[in-house]
Design a protein around this ligand. Sequence first.
Ligand SMILES: Nc1nc2c(ncn2[C@@H]2O[C@H](COP(=O)(O)OP(=O)(O)OP(=O)(O)O)[C@@H](O)[C@H]2O)c(=O)[nH]1
Ligand SMILES: [Mg+2]
Length: 298
Amino acid sequence: MWQDLLKQLRSGDKKALARSISLVENERPDYQLLLQNLPSFNTKTIGITGPPGSGKSTLTNALIGYMTENKKKVAVLCVDPSSPFNHGAVLGDRIRMNEWYTHPDVFIRSLATRGSLGGLHPKTIEITDMLKASGFDYIIIETVGVGQSEVEIAGLADVTIVVVVPEAGDEVQTMKAGLMEIADIFVVNKGDRPDADLFVKYLQMMLAPAFHSHYHEIPVVKTIATQKETVKGLYENIMHELQKTHSSEKKFHLLAEKAYMLIRQKRMKDVNRDQLKKEIEQLSLQNNFNLYRFVSQF
Ligand SMILES: Nc1nc2c(ncn2[C@@H]2O[C@H](COP(=O)(O)OP(=O)(O)OP(=O)(O)O)[C@@H](O)[C@H]2O)c(=O)[nH]1
Ligand SMILES: [Mg+2]
């Protein structure tokens, strides 16, 4: 019964949380009732994105440390794009966040994207809300900044962190406008590399209002993720940004983004590229196939 599950979920039971997640992932009966009866929470969501290998998991590992030291409960979702590197990444995250897997105040879960519309797992929004109901204080969503995922993450997270590394000079010059636009905080990780300080300056210049359309300053923080004490500045910046997001404007903006994604998912539910191709192949056996007549049935 979803009522019992919801009750257990709200009591912080991790088994109930795992069961709720799989209920929703697999769209088992009553999963919508469970979602429709979730109370609303003020849990903060932190999005961490950036190129592969830039140190997102190592940073997350350090951030969990600061959060649990402050007696906070943290849930981490690692969104892995479905790629040949997928298993490697999951394994890597396991190692990077090893010490936290059995900690009572920490919950870590990897999600494969499984060809969802954008880059995120198709049920990321729902899973995030169940984590909120389960009593976590912070939810960290790690996603590799390739494809659409970094844009989608910005629509979910109260604060979005973009992690880059010093030698990314050329990359940043041609950096997708997307990554620039979504960052609330920039991290230059691998600060132990020789050009790190130069790169921080360079980024700050790139982000200066004269060069860019931002109306507020975006912090650029240097870290060495493998040395936890250097991540403290980032932690403080995150807490500072999260306080700002109390503004209802951002809150409603995020809710509208989520509503948009959920509606899009619902409407596109029965539309599938492989199926389309099959149908088109069939139809084109007849003469005068017309794409617009075909599409009009949807
Ligand atoms: N020298 C140095 N190495 C680092 C630093 N941060 C992370 N690394 C190393 O860089 C590698 C990748 O780190 P991850 O934390 O897995 O990077 P990621 O961004 O999570 O990688 P993906 O999830 O695969 O995209 C690991 O071998 C880390 O130990 C740093 O500040 N300095
Ligand atoms: Mg990672």
